[in-house]
Design a protein around this ligand. Sequence first.
Ligand code: S6P
Ligand code: ZN
Length: 195
Amino acid sequence: MNRDHVLGRTRPFGIALDTPVRKPASPRRLADLAGLFADEEARKAAADRVVYRVDAAPVPEQQWELPFSITTVEPGDVSGELFMTRGHVHETPDGEMYYGLRGHGVLLLFDGTGASWVEMRPGAAGYIPPGWAHRSVNVGIDPYRFLAAYPGSAGHDYDAVLRDGMGARVFRDGGGFAVLDAGGNPVPEAPRHSL
Ligand code: S6P
Ligand code: ZN
């Protein structure tokens, strides 16, 4: 791939990240999240509730591009398990970066063996290393909103998470939240660095 091949494919542009979206993206409801929450009956009983939506910048998902999008996860829970995205692993094991815009979230990560997590607040960045499955959870009382930027070649595999889970679930715990592994033990938070 040389430079001449990619120049002209897309043009520079800017986007205001925290303004109302241009057109409503199709929301993901509990009806679309079969098999992901621990209490499947409670999920079905509230099937119409909107859980999250993704608003994508107009960047093609192609090699050398850098697509980005804003995800908004609503507050709520299914039998105490907090509202979350489906979760996926990238087909080519590209890394990804998240940046918190509003609200309070957890970026849950799973390498197939063990889970980890990053607390997300406005101004916090979370790193998803190559090969790690990832899911976002709203642990606050307002909508949780973040920016995601990832290589255009990444692709998205949802079946892996449906099959293998994320190694942990995030529940309400008093006024806060708990990230628990399959045995009910707390999962340690990933280290946080300052730049
Ligand atoms: C894409 C990135 C995010 C998610 C979005 C929704 O690589 O990780 O934009 O797509 O947060 O999650 P999901 O699991 O439904 O794609
Ligand atoms: Zn991703």
